[in-house]
Design a binder for this molecule. Structure first.
Ligand code: THU
Length: 130
């Protein structure tokens, strides 16, 4: 089973009654632990929380602090890239060299470096003198 399969499985649990757009995400750590998340919307904030943010929250809650691989899947004509906020969150917790696979439920896949999702990312080093 690939990490995309884990993301596809959790996507089925997405709570997206407002956008109707279900997204699943799965993270794998260097030691092989897998954490999953789906998007969860609510009536007050219909954009809700993204699948990637859910997977990161699950990883942190379990005591891991970085991942080596991430997979994201949605029903879309082309692979859905993480939103801007998720790019910042992924950058915070990605190992050096971490990869992302974006996939459609129809089988289209795109793989790239997480670092390439957010060139020039703001990081803790930029606050080095405070
Ligand atoms: N969404 C994600 O969960 N991840 C993405 O990478 C893109 C967008 C969700 C947020 C919202 O619930 C729905 O998709 C429509 O924006």
């Amino acid at each position: 089973m690939s990490l995309i399969d884990d993301a596809a499985a959790v996507r089925l649990n997405a709570y997206a009654p407002y956008s109707k757009f279900k997204v699943g995400a799965a993270l794998k750590t260097a030691s092989g632990a897998i954490y999953v998340g789906c998007n969860v919307e609510n009536v007050a904030y219909p954009e809700g929380t993204c699948a990637e943010a859910g997977a990161i929250a699950a990883m942190i809650a379990a005591g891991d602090t970085s991942f080596a691989e991430v997979a994201v899947i949605a029903e879309s004509p082309s692979p859905v890239p993480p939103c801007g906020g998720c790019r910042q969150k992924l950058a915070e917790f990605a190992d050096a060299g971490a990869r992302i696979t974006m996939a459609t439920t129809g089988g289209v896949k795109q793989n790239m470096a997480v670092a390439d999702l957010l060139p020039g990312a703001f990081d803790a080093g930029h606050m080095g003198s405070v």
